[in-house]
Each structure stands twice: as C-alpha cells, then as structure tokens.
Design a protein around this ligand. Structure first.
Ligand code: NDP
Length: 330
C-alpha cells in the first residue's frame, strides 16, 4: 500500500529541539501492529497539548505521530478479535506517546488495545467524548464503587469547563447528583449550568494553600486539577466521602495533610485511563453510550479541521479550550 496520507509528526534534532510538522506518510511508515484502522475522528486532549508543545515529556520516542485516541474502521487485520469493517475506538495504551498515534489518516495498533464503537454512536460522537470523557466516566464509576450516591450530598468537579470536567458535570448531573462546578472562567457559568451544574464556585476558592481540614462541603468529587486544588477538595470532603483524582492541570504536586484521611475517613481514588483493563473500558463506553445526554455532548464539543490540530493543542495547555474538541480527518 503506497497511498499517501497526511499526518502530524513530532521530531527532535541532535540538540533535542522539538519540531512539529504536517507531513505525508504511507502505511509502510506505520509501526508494528496487527490491526490497521482508517481514522475517521480524533480529538485534542490535554496530554496531546503537552506532547505537541513539548511542555511535558509525554513523547518518549522520536519521530512520533501524536494523538492518544481515535475512532475509525478496521481496514486490515490479523487479530482474531477483529474483522475488516469493524468500527473501533482506541484510548491510551501509549499510543501518541511511544507508538504512532491518532493524528494520521491511518493507524496500526495492537488489536488488544481496541474496543468496539458502541452501537448507535458515530466516530465523531466517540471523539467528542474522547479520552477525557471516558476518564470522567472512570471517575464516576470509582465514586460509585465507593458508595457515593446522590443521597450522600453534593459532588464537586474541578476544571469544570475543561474536557474531563464538562463530561463529569454532565454525567453526574444525569445521575441525579447536586453538582458544584469549580471554574476559573466565570463567563462559562451558563454553559456549566446547561450541562447540569447546580452551583458554580470560583477556581480561586480552591487553588491556594489548603488547611488540614475545612468546612465539609461535598460528599465526593472529580478532580482534574491536582496540586492545591485537590488538597482543598480533600479538606472539604465530608465524613466517609471520596475524591476521584485524574488530572494535573494546576500541578503534579499534592500539598495536602493526612487529616481528611485519618480524621474523616476520606478516600482518595486514583484514576488512570491509559492502562485501564479492558472490562473497565467496555463498561465505561457502554455507560457513556447509554447515559450521556446527546444534546449535552453536542453542547460541550466543537469540531475543528485536521489542519487546526497543532494550534488547538497549544490552546488546550493555555486553558483556552471549552469542553471537548473533535478533529475530523480529511
Ligand atoms: P482541559 O484543558 O480540557 O481541562 C483542564 C481544566 O483545568 C481547564 O479547562 C481549566 O478549567 C482547569 N485549569 C487549567 N489550568 C489550571 C490551573 N493552573 N489551576 C486550576 N485549574 C486549571 O484538559 P482535560 O480535561 O483534557 O484534562 C484534564 C486533566 O486530566 C489533565 O491534567 C489531563 O492530563 C488529565 N487526564 C488524565 C487522564 C488519566 O488517565 N488519569 C486521562 C485524561 C486526562 P476551568 O477553566 O473550568 O477552571
């Protein structure tokens, strides 16, 4: 197969200076794998922003096609679980970090990494959810495993106007929770209320140094921000509550005290989407397909052409993207 297709390629020179270019590749240029997929839609996650801007060491081999998730159709397979024409989703597994990723019209991957596109969901819808939204569902499932029902009290979502945050607000509100959305963008209050937030609080309320224990304000939370924000969220979680932590938009540190854990029995639930086992992925995508309100998904996502993916990646690390960005392949 010698058909040429467009791709984003991250390269490094001998002085470790990174460059990002739109190039043309053929299938012969792709890395090893037993399934080839025609990528129909992809997206821009925070991690893609870090990879393309080089702000954090996400890319661990050069050159590399970035893009940590895609949806598309199987064009070639020697994997027992897939046949030509199957519609699939990929999230994580090092794709876009160590393995050529989604920002190309074709991807070749290990078939074990794929999950089926849920019935009735388009590739574009799946990428409106993307890894950020699938991670939001993993956070909701972690809270549920810990018994955080809507009857226990409010839940807080940090980085609420971002990708993980927007989907988390929509999912939790859909499940009947009283959602407190924390955002640094007061202009997005109506947007967040449209997704189902009952209350909006300013990012500043949570972003400074935390006291060991604060007033009990919520039974649980989804935190996409880390650092002081997560420390504050923990310190304000009520007795026996739990917080699902998945992100580091403020920082990777956690300047917290053990007080919430040892005095209030609060639990900190770590959530990883990259290496999550297949059963968890299947359950997350099944629930997204049935529980995420379609109108809210449309409201929280914006379509951008493939040619804009590099600038969108820069925008996401600057906090300029609202909700989710869907990238349609040419
Ligand atoms: P987004 O950029 O879309 O959302 C992050 C949001 O965090 C922003 O929109 C903003 O929300 C808030 N924010 C940004 N900078 C700061 C800051 N300095 N202090 C406080 N809040 C800030 O990214 P995603 O939703 O795609 O990802 C969110 C986080 O989750 C990232 O750190 C990402 O790496 C992580 N992640 C982790 C996964 C995992 O497997 N564990 C999977 C997917 C994502 P607002 O404007 O509303 O304040």
């Amino acid at each position: 197969m010698t058909d040429r297709f467009q791709a984003v390629l991250i390269s490094r020179d001998e002085d470790k200076n990174q460059s990002v270019d739109m190039v043309e590749l053929t299938e012969d240029d792709l890395m090893e794998g037993d399934v080839t997929v025609a990528v129909e839609a992809t997206t821009v996650n925070y991690k893609d922003g870090l990879a393309i801007t080089g702000k954090a060491p996400v890319v661990r081999r050069f050159p590399l096609v970035p893009g940590i998730d895609f949806a598309g159709t199987v064009t070639r397979t020697s994997h027992a679980g897939w046949k030509e024409g199957d519609r699939v989703i990929l999230n994580g597994w090092g794709v876009g970090e160590t393995h050529y990723g989604a920002y190309a019209a074709r991807a070749r991957v290990n078939g074990d990494w794929l999950v089926p596109l849920p019935e009735g969901m388009s590739a574009r819808d799946a990428m409106a959810v993307g890894t950020a939204g699938y991670t939001a569902m993993l956070c909701v499932m972690a809270l549920e495993r810990h018994g955080i029902t809507s009857a226990r009290g409010p839940v807080v979502v940090t980085g609420a106007a971002g990708g993980v945050g927007s989907v988390a607000v929509a999912l939790l509100a859909g499940l009947g929770h009283h959602v407190i959305a924390s955002t640094g963008r007061p202009a997005e209050a109506d947007y967040l209320k449209g997704l189902g937030a009952a209350e909006i609080i300013a990012r500043d309320e949570l972003s400074g140094p935390a006291k060991p224990l604060g007033k009990e304000r919520w039974a649980g939370g989804v935190d996409a921000v880390g650092s002081h924000t997560l420390a504050n969220v923990l310190s304000m979680t009520s007795y026996g509550g739990a917080v699902a932590a998945c992100g580091l938009a403020q920082g990777m540190d956690l300047p917290a005290s053990v007080a919430p854990f040892i005095l209030r029995g609060v639990s900190l639930l770590g959530v990883d989407s990259v290496m999550a086992p297949k059963e968890l992925r299947l359950e997350a995508w099944r629930r997204i397909a049935t529980e995420l309100d379609h109108a809210k998904l449309a409201a929280l996502s914006t379509l951008v052409p493939f040619g804009d993916v590099i600038s969108a990646a820069a925008d996401i690390v600057e906090g300029r993207i609202r909700g989710r960005v869907v990238v349609e392949m040419p």
